[in-house]
Design a protein around this ligand. Sequence first.
Ligand code: PHB
Length: 392
Amino acid sequence: MTRRYLLQALLLFGAGLPATMALAADKPFKIGFILPMTGQSASTGRQEEAAVKLFLAQNGSTVSGRKIEVIFKDDAGVAEQTRRTAQELVVNEKVDVLAGFGLTPLALAAAPIATQSKTPMVVTAAATSMITEQSPYVVRTSFTLPQVSASIAEWAAKNRIRKVATLVADYAPGVDAEKFFKNQFQLNGGQIVANLRTPLKSPDFAPFLQRVRDSGPDALFVFLPSGQGATFMKQFAERGLDKAGIRLIATGDVTDDDQLNEMGDVALGVITSHHYSAAHPSPANRKFVDAFQAQSKFRPNFMAVAAYDGMRVITKALEATKGQGGGDALLAAMKGQIFESPRGPVLIDAQTRDIVQDVYIRKVARVEALGGQLYNQEFDVQKQVKDPGKSK
Ligand code: PHB
């Protein structure tokens, strides 16, 4: 008996099948998605989970013979919980890839664990420029605030807006947005009349909006993280800033597709810059949006598209390693990927591991062709924008 098994084993190896490959094929390929599923940023978790499920439903859950297993974990938007969860996923679950990270502080908490364990960490939400520099294992499929904030500043300066007040959430991505908006706007001859920062947690915008009014700007520029746009828009209208003739310009986080349709007429005409609109007029996007809505009964936003693309980047990397995986091999295969996303053409820059993408200027309108609902309609584009935050 023993001799026969020995012979079989020798034949197997003699046929050129490395032991590691035989072992890897038996194990599922594990992706640990850490997201805020509860708390203030729960919409990010809901959007991303739906997108991951859609990707698997469309592409199947086997890649190069490996069964893909996605483990979703809720960190409630609390950094200490993200860190602990990342640790558990790496040590106990032995995940091949970490993914998600709904807010910048959550991504920062996990980055050292990615480095220590040599686990690729695919950031599908958080958008402060410096996140990719916190670990050589970080790859990003979302966007950066510098990437989208400069375009709207340029648009404003070219459209007779001379004086702007800025209002941003008071944490790293807000600081990025404020800085890159301000620099570009001043470079184009504009004047900044106030820089306001609102608390990240449960902000009351009323006192800030009063200060905006007092500073007498032509327009107010806003960045708030996904989930806060509707509350802000309501207070903007209640305080009568629109009636006072103050135009609203923002990054697309504010006119988030997740909430836009509930904002009502106050949102009409708001101009934003961003990398994704559910109304992006490409066949690939129509297919994505239709399938997403058929599955989930809500509209995908920029978080959903980043998670969907994150799954693409991860599974193509697994394919490139012929199902073998391994932290460094996966990372190498993620770098330089080029593909058509629902948002448009994208590239994972091999040097920075950050996403290069088109940035659109959009206007909120009621779109008859899309059921008379509110959408961000793209009317201008800046092609293949790299994160301008990296060289600073
Ligand atoms: C972030 O915390 O990096 C973040 C979160 C939500 C956004 C943008 C940036 O919409």
